[in-house]
Ligand binder design. Sequence first.
Ligand SMILES: Cc1cc2nc3c(=O)[nH]c(=O)nc-3n(C[C@H](O)[C@H](O)[C@H](O)COP(=O)(O)O)c2cc1C
Ligand code: SF4
Length: 680
Amino acid sequence: MPSHDDPLLQPYQLKHLRLKNRIMSTSHEPAYSEDGMPKQRYRLYHTEKAKGGIALTMTAGSAVVSRESPPAFGNLHAYNDEIVPWLRELTDDCHEHGAAVMIQLTHLGRRTSWNKADWLPVISASPIREPAHRAFPKEAEDWDIERIIMDYASAAQRMQAAGLDGIEFEAYGHLMDGFWSPATNKREDEYGGSLDNRLRFTWSVIDAVRKAVGPDFIVGIRMVADEDWEQGLSKQEGMEIARRIAASGKFDFLNIIRGHIDTDAALNEVIPIQGMRSSPHLDFAGDVREATKFPVFHAARIADVATARHAVAEGKLDMVGMTRAHIADPHIVRKIIAGEEHRIRPCVGATYCLDRIYEGGEALCIHNAATGREISMPHVISKASQSKSVVVVGAGPAGLEVARVAAEAGHRVEILEAADKAGGQVMLASKNPRRKEMIGIVDWRLAELERLGVPLQYNIWAEANDIISLDPDIVVIATGGLPQNPPLSAGDDLVTLSWDILAGSVKPGENVLLYDDNGGHQGMSAAEVIAQGGSKLELVSPERFFAPEMGGMNHVPYMRVFQQQGVRVTINTRLLSVKRLGNQLIAILGSDYAPDYREERTVDQVVVEHGTLPIDDLYRELKPLSRNGGAVDYDRLVNGGAIFPVRSEGQFDLLRIGDAVHARNIHAAIYDGLRYATRF
Ligand SMILES: Cc1cc2nc3c(=O)[nH]c(=O)nc-3n(C[C@H](O)[C@H](O)[C@H](O)COP(=O)(O)O)c2cc1C
Ligand code: SF4
């Protein structure tokens, strides 16, 4: 579609602000803040999206207006004057590339913990616990409410001083909507009961903010308009709030949310992950737009350009949030304009990004290792000073990424793969029908490699001589790993590997025990496949809770299936050995806690997941023939300089990446590919 006809590329006038197209990134805290400030890492992350053509980037996620709202996941400190110059720098940089910048302000209410920052009390409309953060909050008193209203006003003033184009209040699952929702507001004073009373705090905040920033500054609200929850805010009341806000003349846009977020399972519906419906709340947001005739923004799994285009073309939204889509590819708009929509790196919904922040890490994309690492990693690969010949062995995520990036850098690359398909463990992961989008990680790279003219040969079990005959400058071993058994005192030959279940090469038994001593998706996905197939299943984990390597968002669909299918989950328990009894197996279980603890299970199949061991024969064969003996200078890898030390007379440098080094995850494999190939 020509740019001038594309609904997504039409400008949007919001008050005095001309947004250059309809695509935005909604507010999200990537936990890149340092001391609560958006420093260089934060700035470059947003600037990259601005360079990529986005119209509006909404910074922070829940920048906190008050000291007693301690960051739950690295939130910015909007209550601190020091934030102004940091935000000014970020905003100036984004403006330079034509993107508008706004920020989300909030008081987290009960959605945080008391044992953080200054150890001040957690405050909420009523003293009702939020399961996800586990605080038992205090009911906000009059002096709390008065202080917080003023905190909003001074925070808004700081944002205006920083040159931001606007702000939005967060009103879903935090303090503001905590007053709206019958589930969290049981007050009997003038802040509880009638809708007028429940909205009192919101009006006080906007009035104080307007007094502080004046009528022209853009102020919107990201609000729940239906909690989709029996005891929560109904659609009818939510719509009424939206109507009143729109009619008040005090706000400039609505950013619509449907659902509630106090548990992982509930949050999962608001921020749907892979395997869930695309854009599930888009029609609802369109209803709000229709009912209010007011500017409406919205994001929830609008991951592809076609859906985003539909949202604008059909008048459902004014601005389309493609938030995780930009974490996966910050250059979406640039690619649309260039007629390269097909080259957009797809967000596969893995939600590694969000799960990491809830597990105390920073947001990283499962298959874009440059996101959040803009200080050191490029999104657009520059040409190398010298073109080298690179042979990559293995077409899993590490091999495909190293080949893609090396080819982008102008090297002559070829790939040899032993199997008849690319993808390695990602291909295996995508065998679970619910996770089939994972194959996007492979397909996008295969398409890029084809565009770059990189030959990929399948069914080649490469040996040292095959490699040497290609006369390479650099050989990359990305051969991955093979699954290993957990340490068992007996019965190694009696167990089935989770890989075989996922690949479909071994059928699940009728009565299965699955022992997961890895803690990630591999075991869980095999368990899901077994349970969905109707087998009786017990999942055994030595951990304090199952699959600790996987975050809360990804936990939800597994747990749902486990409960629906009656899977028994046993934690804190190790598989010690397996023996045969007739056509049955006996699994002997023990514990790290009570040395004499023993239990037995009689099943017809024991499935194990214990990570992989590297396939490194070829690497070891090539090591003595290489110039660097396989060595990498890690200091130089991190700080700059030639990464391969010269250790002998060999003709080529040898590098081993991904799970061919040791068992890690997809992101680690892809980060290896990117960080090394940019240094060839
Ligand atoms: C890492 C991460 C952090 C987030 N933090 C916030 C937040 O602080 N406030 C907020 O309103 N939404 C937050 N979100 C939700 C996003 O703004 C957005 O609603 C969500 O990702 C769904 O949109 P998408 O499908 O386009 O990604 C966060 C999302 C992610 C991925
Ligand atoms: S981690 Fe997954 S959900 Fe998050 S941006 Fe990357 S592809 Fe999308």
